[in-house]
Design a protein around this ligand. Structure first.
Ligand SMILES: Nc1ncnc2c1ncn2[C@@H]1O[C@H](COP(=O)(O)OP(=O)(O)OP(=O)(O)O)[C@@H](O)[C@H]1O
Ligand SMILES: [Mg+2]
Length: 456
């Protein structure tokens, strides 16, 4: 495959865009709802301030002023019966002046239309009281004339009525502000709910769309994967057929070359030797290809083998190669280890590992390959450790891929199929395979399930 299918890329892009949009919409809805609440909160705060800073104190002040006015009123109402002694007149004048100071202070900051007029009206009444009281003789007890008493009483009544009206207006204002606060609160809640609801619906829609395109993307990827697997299977079948078809002509070629090797002419003999080596190499490659293509993907039921026995056989097979490579082979085994796996499979896996271990020793001064067999909790473990140059960490996973070979100029010839075949065989039988190598030396290992009777 050269790249991802166009539709998959588009779906992924659309899905990602939808998710981003959904997040943006959710944040916008949240901000909108917050804005709606905050802007209304500002109005509510302004109204509450008017109530707390102006209307309520006004009512309290006005009622205090009315109490003073009531005091003056009571004194004036008794004038027809009780003559006004100089001390009482002085008290009356002082209270009236105090009332003027209070009223001036209360009305200093008028908060609504009409309050200033009230102020002027009350001050006019107080001025009238002060004028009348100022005209009275303060040296001896005095009984003001009925006309004077009437003027005083009228001034007190007018002032009281004005203060009362002013209190009523403040109370009305508080009522209106309270109603406004309530309606503002309700409208803030409504706006926030609308913002949130629109946000939730839009975000939900976008997420659903995102989910749809992501699902389509997953389906497309699955289809591509299946296609890939089908192609790989086809390729393997093809490789198997090619390998099979190549083996057929190689056999007679081999026989003819064997005959030529017996020739009395040294040049012919030499050429036959070289050709035979080439044919031998070709046969090896074809064999590896064939083995990989035919390596089963599933375990064969009802097969059994003894790991210890197979390991001894495999090491026996590699004795000659070990001698040629000046390497020693060693087996550490606990004795028989029964497996439910065909001996051919175990032999193929272990053979690949041992062959590699000897093959890739390079020019290591210590040349040893150790095969260790272990039996642990339901599984058999095999380790093949060598004293060669080891394998770089970055390559340790890749060497199990088909046709992968570590690039080394003086690396012996091979197809890069040995480890891929071993992995396929081990995994088909419910096992695992791997390698660890830190600096010098590599240890390849694989584990296979023990025969059912041994798993206790
Ligand atoms: N014991 C080892 N020490 C160092 N490198 C190794 C060892 N075993 C494998 N390798 C590296 O892993 C690569 C893949 O090994 P694999 O057995 O799959 O293929 P191959 O030996 O190259 O060819 P084939 O086994 O098909 O003949 C090798 O080419 C080699 O570079
Ligand atoms: Mg190999």
């Amino acid at each position: 495959m050269t790249g991802e299918p166009e539709s998959t890329v588009v779906d992924e892009r659309t899905g990602r865009r939808m998710i981003i949009l959904a997040v943006v919409v959710t944040v916008a809805a949240f901000l909108g709802a917050s804005w709606a609440a905050l802007s209304r909160l500002h109005e509510i705060r302004r109204d509450s301030r008017v109530i707390a800073a102006s209307a309520l104190p006004s009512i309290q002040s006005l009622s205090a002023a009315r109490r003073k006015l009531g005091h003056i009123g009571v004194m004036i109402s008794q004038l027809d019966r009780v003559p006004l002694v100089p001390g009482a007149l002085a008290e009356l004048r002082v209270v009236t002046s105090g009332l003027a100071v209070d009223v001036n202070a209360y009305f200093a900051v008028p908060t609504y239309a009409g309050e200033r007029e009230d102020w002027w009206a009350v001050l006019a009444c107080i001025e009238e009281l002060r004028t009348v009281l100022g005209d009275l003789d303060a040296s001896s007890p005095v009984t003001p004339s009925p006309a004077t008493q009437a003027r005083l009483a009228a001034a007190v009544d007018r002032a009281d009525a004005t203060l009362l009206a002013s209190m009523d207006r403040n109370a009305d204002q508080i009522e209106a502000l309270t109603a406004h606060i309530e309606s503002t609160r309700a409208s803030a809640v409504r706006r926030a709910v609308v913002f949130n609801a629109v946000g939730v619906v839009l975000a939900g829609l976008l997420l659903a769309m995102a989910l749809r395109s992501l699902r389509r993307q997953i389906a497309a990827e699955r289809r591509a994967q299946q296609l890939l697997e089908a192609r790989a299977t086809e390729l393997e079948a093809f490789a198997g057929r090619v390998a099979h078809d190549l083996v057929a002509p190689l056999t007679p070629t081999f026989l003819w070359l064997e005959r030529l090797r017996a020739s009395s002419d040294p040049t012919t003999r030499n050429a036959a030797e070289r050709a035979l080596r080439g044919v031998g190499r070709a046969t090896e490659l074809v064999d590896a290809l064939f083995t990989f293509a035919r390596a089963p993907r599933e375990a064969h039921p009802a097969a059994s083998s003894d790991l210890d026995h197979v390991a001894r056989e495999v090491l026996g097979n590699f004795e000659e190669l070990a001698i040629t490579s000046q390497a020693s082979l060693e087996l550490v085994s606990p004795g028989p280890v029964p497996l439910e796996v065909h001996p051919g499979i175990v032999s193929s896996v272990l053979g690949n590992l041992v062959q590699n271990a000897i093959r890739y020793l390079g020019d290591a001064p210590v040349r040893r390959v150790t095969v260790r067999l272990q039996q642990t909790s339901g599984r058999a473990r095999v380790e093949v450790a060598d004293t060669g140059p080891g394998i770089a960490t970055a390559l340790q996973e890749r060497i199990f891929d088909p046709y992968f070979r570590a690039a080394g100029r003086d690396q012996p010839l091979g197809l890069g199929l040995g480890l891929a075949t071993a992995r396929r065989l081990v995994e088909a039988h419910g096992g695992t395979i791997g390698v660890w190598s830190l600096g010098a030396g590599a240890t390849f290992w694989f584990e296979l399930p023990l025969a059912s009777g041994q798993r206790a």
